[in-house]
Design a protein around this ligand. Structure first.
Ligand SMILES: *[C@@H]1O[C@H](CO)[C@@H](O)[C@H](O)[C@H]1NC(C)=O
Ligand SMILES: *[C@@H]1O[C@H](CO)[C@@H](O)[C@H](O)[C@H]1NC(C)=O
Ligand SMILES: *[C@@H]1O[C@H](CO)[C@@H](O)[C@H](O)[C@H]1NC(C)=O
Ligand SMILES: *[C@@H]1O[C@H](CO)[C@@H](O)[C@H](O)[C@H]1NC(C)=O
Ligand SMILES: *[C@@H]1O[C@H](CO)[C@@H](O)[C@H](O)[C@H]1NC(C)=O
Ligand SMILES: *[C@@H]1O[C@H](CO)[C@@H](O)[C@H](O)[C@H]1NC(C)=O
Ligand SMILES: *[C@@H]1O[C@H](CO)[C@@H](O)[C@H](O)[C@H]1NC(C)=O
Length: 482
């Protein structure tokens, strides 16, 4: 017979042990009310990661993990094998071995609601290194792409059966993304809520705008992205966007601004023959019920010559013994076709834009003459820090750059293609095709944005132009990279 005191003690420690919640491997637990500040971590054969994310503002709990069976109540007082999980903007993780299981302790919890994840394959809560990407905006719409969630590798064709994708091939079948469960959070930058930028906190917010359509899309050979078509936005407003994958992986932020209320070019996107195009073009509004143009509504007068031109180019290219003979140590016929398609799409679909509402003077107002050398990235104009986008006003009387586009009957402003889209074709294609780009130092800047990505001088050093890219994550778009 045991003394009563010991019995009581035993009894209370059994209750105590029972009330500890057990974390499950490869699972996220949501803790809305904390009854008991310790969680049991099961034994895991390989390295495991414990991750935490705060779901609301207003509290600053601390998390301690122990992977030893002798520290059963880890906390700020330390102890053998007790490690604090450092939080960065509301989330953090710790990776180590749990051969005998372990315990997670929470201190200073207050009213906090939070998530705890346990995984044997990397962290479940994550701030992703690559941000989402803006397609473009109108006054009240936007196209936004997630980070690349899946790589795409095209099988390189080989001799003697060297076949290239047909000009009008359907879009490749997207991977199954139901498990990735993408969500988008969008807010005017000026009223961005003061919450931890974690998956559970962002998911609980009401996002601005409405999602008109969302699909996975292979915009370019970087890989698959999730694509959102948003409507119901406010003109001339700076927005901040985050993307949450699987509820716990956060990508972002990016910022972008909507165009002014008078901006009237509609968006075109989701074209299998021009997968990179996702921006406004100088066309009348799309047919009733559609909020943007896609492959089913884009006029044949525009798509047919483009597809035929690409088919003719591909036929000429294939007169070369592709895959048997080599015209370059770096590029193949498949590279040439891909770069040519991108260039052809970029010049065939003129891009409407306007100066950034926050910086309305940031473009060249005087249209360049065909022999002009000056328009382009010129950081010295208007101060050393200021870079002008390659915007060129199109008067009502202007002949459309692509003659298959109807005349708009009003003024608009064109964002010129980046010269690099042309030089990429020049580099990737065999000489016999006779493809030529305008010279950087001579007339290129009348028709292209020059000096943004590569330098504008004779050498055109790659990636060392004034911006190094066609657009940035703060909402600037310098030239049209397709
Ligand atoms: C606990 O984790 C630490 C740090 O990763 C490690 O050095 C130690 O061996 C682990 N303890 C056990 C029992 O695995
Ligand atoms: C582990 O994670 C990687 C990357 O997230 C994923 O590709 C892989 O399929 C995962 N492995 C398992 C066994 O879940
Ligand atoms: C895609 O491939 C690149 C390079 O091979 C790699 O760095 C990247 O992590 C991959 N991305 C995904 C989502 O698998
Ligand atoms: C050539 O390759 C294409 C695509 O890879 C394939 O569909 C076709 O059947 C192949 N033709 C021959 C004769 O092998
Ligand atoms: C996807 O996320 C939403 C919102 O977070 C959630 O309600 C839904 O259950 C999730 N769906 C799946 C299949 O995980
Ligand atoms: C492609 O070639 C055909 C036949 O030579 C020609 O009729 C057509 O106009 C060409 N297409 C373009 C866009 O040049
Ligand atoms: C949006 O706001 C952010 C923060 O104020 C700023 O850095 C960014 O340049 C703005 N973007 C645009 C397109 O105005």
């Amino acid at each position: 017979m045991l003394p009563e005191a010991l019995l009581l003690l035993l009894h209370s420690s059994i209750v105590y042990a029972q009330s500890r919640q057990q974390l499950l491997l490869n699972n996220v637990a949501r803790i809305a009310t904390l009854n008991q500040p310790f969680f049991v971590i099961p034994s895991v054969a390989t390295q495991a990661t414990v991750s935490v994310a705060l779901c609301a503002a207003g509290s600053s709990p601390r998390f301690f993990v122990s992977n030893s069976s002798t520290s059963d109540s880890p906390g700020s007082s330390g102890g053998p094998n007790v490690f604090e999980i450092p939080l960065d903007e509301g989330q953090g993780s710790w990776t180590g071995g749990f051969p005998n299981g372990g315990v997670l302790g929470v201190e200073n919890v207050g009213q906090a609601s939070f998530e705890v994840g346990l995984s044997d394959n990397g962290t479940l809560h994550e701030r992703m290194s690559s941000p989402p990407m803006l397609g473009d905006t109108t006054s009240n719409q936007a196209i936004i792409f997630s980070h690349v969630f899946s790589n795409f590798s095209l099988d390189e064709p080989s001799y003697p059966n060297y076949t290239l994708p047909s000009a009008n091939a359907p879009a490749p079948t997207p991977p199954d993304t139901t498990k990735l469960n993408f969500t988008m959070f969008l807010s005017p930058t000026s009223t961005l809520p003061d919450i931890p930028k974690t998956g559970c906190a962002l998911r609980a917010q009401t996002s601005a705008g409405r999602i008109d359509r969302e699909v996975p899309w292979l915009k370019d050979d970087e890989g698959w992205r999730h694509q959102w078509f948003l409507t119901g936005l406010t003109p001339s407003t700076n927005y901040t966007a985050y993307v949450v994958q699987e509820g716990t992986r956060v990508s972002g932020p990016i910022m972008f601004s909507t165009k002014s209320a008078s901006f009237s070019c509609p968006l075109v996107a989701s074209l299998p023959f021009c997968p990179g195009i996702a921006y406004p073009v100088p066309l009348p509004p799309p047919p009733a019920a559609a909020s943007f143009y896609d492959a089913s509504t884009i006029p044949d007068a525009i798509s047919a010559p483009l597809i035929s031109g690409l088919a003719n180019f591909t036929a000429s290219l294939l007169t070369f013994a592709c895959g048997k003979d080599y015209y370059s140590p770096l590029a193949s016929c498949a590279d040439c076709q891909r770069e040519y398609r991108k260039w052809l799409c970029t010049i065939s679909f003129p891009r409407c834009s306007e100066p950034n509402p926050g910086d309305p003077a940031s473009f060249t107002r005087v249209p360049a003459s065909p022999g002009a050398t000056g328009l382009g990235a010129r950081p010295t104009l208007g101060g050393p820090q200021q870079v002008f986008s390659a915007l060129l006003p199109q008067p009502t009387s202007a002949t459309p750059r692509n003659p298959n586009f109807p005349s708009l009957g009003r003024e608009w402003t064109m964002l010129l293609p980046c010269l690099e889209t042309c030089y990429a074709v020049d580099r990737a294609c065999p000489n016999f095709l006779g493809f030529r780009c305008p010279l950087r130092r001579f007339n290129a800047a009348a028709t292209y944005g020059v000096g943004y990505i590569d330098t504008g001088d004779h050498d055109g050093k790659q990636g060392t132009g004034v911006t190094g890219a066609s657009q940035d994550r703060w909402g600037n778009t310098w030239c049209n990279a397709g």
